[in-house]
Design a protein around this ligand. Sequence first.
Ligand code: B16
Ligand code: MG
Length: 221
Amino acid sequence: MTKLKQKKAFIFDMDGVLVDSAHYHYLSWKVITDRLGIAFDLEANENLKGISRTESLDYILSLAPEVHLSPEEKQALLTEKNDIYLDSISQMDKDSLLPGMQDALEHLKEHNYKLAIGSSSKNARYIVKNVKIDRWIKVVSDGTDIQRSKPDPQVFEIAADRLDVAKTDCVVVEDSASGVTGANTAGMLSIGIGTEEQLGHAHVVVPDTQAFADYIKQHIR
Ligand code: B16
Ligand code: MG
């Protein structure tokens, strides 16, 4: 795709694109939902991808209108969920990068693309450091920078600003429907990693991270 070669920067979502933390988010929420007796499965978890922690809890509670919690109880659950999550990602290291992603990042750097993270997570910087991709990615726009989470384009717009690149010169790599919508709204080229069914609105869809790396190497030489 010639369009890809004309771009100047790549903005990577974190959870589910660079590392498999989307699954840890799910397992952490599952501890909470099981205790509250709320039916929550991988399909429901799809709706949490790309949205903030607080919005995730609101969504989960919307599945069980019979459960009523005070603001203090909700805050305690948010803290508990994050503690479980932090514990599960504390062991991450450079081997935790998803298949092909190290290759893809090196390839893009060799071809002089600017690289950034655009993640809704407030823990993104911690992961960047743990998996040692701060060698290649110096610019992070994450949950600590934004007022509106995906599908709002804000997180990607901040990344483009910090990279000093026009929005239309950016490619966004995402695994969530909300993230693809945000990228499209920002006027960026979106690459979805996942299924056509979930990410059919992306400009390009590849099934997994290895296929993404192969795609990049094939189209950028
Ligand atoms: P935290 P991403 C998002 O990260 C996750 O997809 C989403 O499931 C999570 O609720 C959100 O980060 C907030 O994460 O609780 O760590 O602040 O996919 O935008 O990188
Ligand atoms: Mg994600």
